[in-house]
Design a protein around this ligand. Structure first.
Ligand SMILES: Cc1cc2nc3c(=O)[nH]c(=O)nc-3n(C[C@H](O)[C@H](O)[C@H](O)COP(=O)(O)O)c2cc1C
Length: 187
């Protein structure tokens, strides 16, 4: 595929459309290497990833679910249907990476720019996944703030979601896009 094809063929592949088959470490490392080449204001390189597979991923799924159940029992607003779906997705997907934002100690850059840089790193991974025949999905469930303490994040770090990766079991149709000319003003 050339670059135009990779960009236009990239899909958000929902977890159940990913095969329950291991992904070679080389492939995962290549995604992460490309993530590391994203642009970044003042070279802060604010992207961090925690890669969960196998046993650690199963444990994470169970501990997240137990915590959400506890919060729910204590009367906090947690959508338990979403919690169940998230646990099952984590169990199903071969690779789940926590997407983490790392602010620099002096916070020289506004947070939105750092989030933009992390998002570009994620897009690099997503396009690389497409190029390698892998599917990927960025999951941002509403209870991310509850999950964050379970990840032992360092000071200045914030959880921006999970990136699921796996071989594509079934193609997921594109929702398509509205025409680009409606989003452009030529002056
Ligand atoms: C920052 C971000 C967060 C997202 N979070 C979710 C999510 O939590 N659940 C979901 O179904 N899709 C999520 N998506 C994926 C979008 O739903 C998907 O990209 C969109 O439907 C367009 O489909 P496509 O990427 O296959 O073209 C997210 C995408 C981005 C960029």
């Amino acid at each position: 595929m050339n670059l135009n094809e990779i960009i236009r063929n990239r899909r958000a592949t929902p977890p159940k459309f990913l095969a329950k088959k291991e992904v070679d470490k080389e492939l995962i490392l290549n995604l992460l290497e490309n993530a590391n080449w994203a642009p970044t204001h003042k070279n802060t390189e604010p992207w961090r990833f925690i890669v969960f597979q196998g046993e650690s991923k199963q444990k994470l799924a169970q501990s997240i679910f137990a915590l959400l159940e506890e919060k729910h029992t204590q009367g906090e607003e947690v959508n338990m249907q979403k919690a169940i779906r998230f646990r099952d997705n984590l169990i199903h997907v071969p690779v789940a990476m926590a997407i983490v934002l790392q602010r620099d100690a002096a916070e020289r850059i506004p947070e939105w720019e750092e989030i933009a840089a992390v998002s570009m790193a994620v897009q690099n991974m997503w396009l690389s996944a497409t190029d390698s025949g892998l599917g990927a999905f960025w999951a941002t469930p509403p209870f991310l703030p509850h999950i964050q303490p379970l990840l032992n994040l360092k000071p200045g770090q914030k959880l921006l979601g999970f990136f699921f990766v796996g071989h594509v079991a079934m193609d997921y149709p594109s929702p398509g896009r509205g025409p680009v000319f409606e989003k452009i003003q030529w002056k």
